[in-house]
Structure formats: C-alpha cells, structure tokens
Design a protein around this ligand. Structure first.
Ligand code: ADP
Ligand code: MG
Length: 289
C-alpha cells in the first residue's frame, strides 16, 4: 500500500525538473522544482534515507501512510502534494512559498508593526488550533519554519512538520549543539524526553510573537548570566521601553500569556483566538490575500 502511495520508482525525475536551492536541514534539502507537464513551480524536500536508521525509516513510512497524504488541509499550512521514493531518497512535493522565511522578513524590516504582527499571529493561531484539534503538535515553531506565500504582504504558511518530526530533529535536539531559543521550559526540564502537551507550541509562538514586535528574541545568551536555559525555565524576560518602538500593554499581556512557565496556566490556541488584542484589527493595515 505504501509503495502505491509513494508512486513508482524513478517517477520524480520523470515528472519534475529541479531548480535552485531554497533551504537546508540536517537530513533534508529543499529545492525549487517545476512540474514537466504544467510548468508549475513547487518546493521539493529531498530526504536522504541512507542517513537515517532503520527504526526511523519504518516510522517515516508509517507516518506517510497514516497522516501526511491528505489529512492536514489548512490555508495557513504548507500542503504536501505528493511523495516519491527514488534510489533511497524521498521527494516531498510541497506548495512553494515564494516569499521565503518570516525570519528574513523580520531582519529586513527590523520588526513588524502591531497590525502586521496581529495578521501573522491570527493566521498562525488558526493553523495551530487546527493542528491541536486534530491531536497534532508541531514542536518546532520558529521563524525559519514560518514561510511567506508571496514577496509582498503577510500571508504566512507553517512549514516543516510531519515527516520532519520523524526524520529530522526539532530545535530541542539541536540544543545539544545549537540554541533552545524557542523551546518551552517543560521540554528543557524533561531533559530530552518527549513532552506530549500541545502547550509547547504556544510557548514557541510566544517567542515568535515577541520577535515580531521587537525584532530580537526574549531569551538569549547575549544577556547571560543567567544562562539561556535559566532564563527560559524561570521565565525571565523584559519588555524594553524604546522611544522608537512603543508596544501596547495589550500586546505585551498577550506575549506574557504565552510565555507562562507553567504549561497548565499557559494560554491555549483556542483561548488565544479570543484575545482582545488579536481581534483589535484596524482598517487600512497590511492585510492582503
Ligand atoms: P528542515 O526539517 O530541514 O528544517 P524545512 O521543511 O524547515 O526542513 O525546510 C528547510 C528550509 O527550506 C526552510 O527553513 C525554508 O527556508 C525552505 N523551505 C522549506 N519548505 C519550503 C517551501 N514550501 N517553499 C519555500 N521554501 C521552503
Ligand atoms: Mg525547518
């Protein structure tokens, strides 16, 4: 059955022409790909299965069958169109997000206005609420995994889950050599054991919200001591008051409701969708569909 779903051998290269690189991870490369029939552009995530162990390979097959092809359908989530298996590589055909990573847009603009941030957050919360309702936890929400549909506007799409969560590693795994900037306190406290609560996504989203508003992260090694892990576990962060960037009290309260150390007390996606700041959309903002 899996074989059928993964299409026949060799058909990726028969059906697509590869283009430039779009991004890279530990086990995966993402490239532009054009469908030979339609000429339409897609992103293709190429996963080298020779680099992953047998156990993970089995899980990957299972996951492909169980969920990925079709179950997750949401306007703010990157859609998987097809998966090919060809000489030990998986080729995952995805919606192309032409605007690239939210991360790069933040760097470009310095930070977003409250209205721009609100539009981004609304879409992300709708997507995360949808995933949580289906019992799916993303586990790796950060600006590198939030993509923009177009070069202009703020239409966002959540990327990198499902396959990636099995084959690749989440930010927590990367903490061994990298930074846990987006990782919830309960994940750090559990020393790498899997934390199943979907509240971990809400913490990471709180970090993303903060970065959208200020242009820099709430927790960072630059501020140490206390260490980054200590800052997160104790929920130590500040809202810097700068004349050039005044953030409203309501927006800050929304950040705090997500960056709450106790996952039980932390706001859920469903609750967050009712937040008054989120709903205080102003006319004439950057909303473009
Ligand atoms: P990894 O598991 O390696 O982190 P991702 O799915 O996050 O893989 O993809 C890595 C990078 O590739 C992303 O951060 C982004 O820059 C780029 N990328 C991924 N998917 C797409 C897409 N659908 N459209 C455009 N760029 C993408
Ligand atoms: Mg990623």
């Amino acid at each position: 059955i899996i074989k059928e779903k993964l299409k026949s051998e060799k058909s990726f290269s028969k059906n697509y022409i590869l283009g430039k690189n779009l991004g890279k991870g530990a086990f995966a490369e993402v490239k532009l790909a054009f469908n030979r029939m339609s000429g339409n552009p897609y992103a293709v995530k190429i996963i080298d299965t020779s680099k992953i162990n047998e156990h993970k390979r089995l899980l990957l097959n299972f996951d492909v069958e169980k969920s990925i092809l079709g179950r997750v359908k949401h306007p703010s989530i990157i859609k998987i169109h097809a998966i090919y298996y060809e000489s030990s590589y998986f080729y995952v055909i995805l919606d192309l997000a032409k605007g690239g990573e939210l991360f790069d847009r933040i760097v470009e603009q310095g930070h977003f206005t409250e209205n721009e941030t609100r539009i981004i957050m609304l879409q992300l919360l709708l997507a995360i609420n949808y995933l949580h309702f289906q019992g799916i936890v993303h586990r790796d929400i950060k600006p590198e995994n939030i993509l923009l549909s177009e070069y202009e506007g703020y239409n966002v799409k959540l990327a990198d889950f499902g396959l990636a969560k099995i084959v690749g590693e989440t930010s927590f795994m990367k903490t061994l050599c990298g930074t846990p900037m987006y990782v919830a306190p309960e994940v750090i406290k559990s020393y790498g054991k899997k934390v199943y609560s979907n509240k971990v996504d809400m913490w990471s989203l709180g970090v993303v919200l903060y970065i959208c508003l200020y242009g820099f992260p709430p927790f960072s090694d630059d501020l140490a001591p206390p260490s980054l892990n200590q800052q997160i576990v104790q929920g130590i962060f500040t809202f810097p008051e700068e004349n050039t960037n005044i953030v409203s009290r309501e927006a800050k309260e929304f950040v705090s409701s997500m960056l709450t150390v106790d996952p039980e007390q932390r706001i859920s996606a469903k609750e967050a969708l009712n937040n008054p700041w989120l709903r205080a959309y102003k006319e004439g903002s950057a909303w473009k569909i």
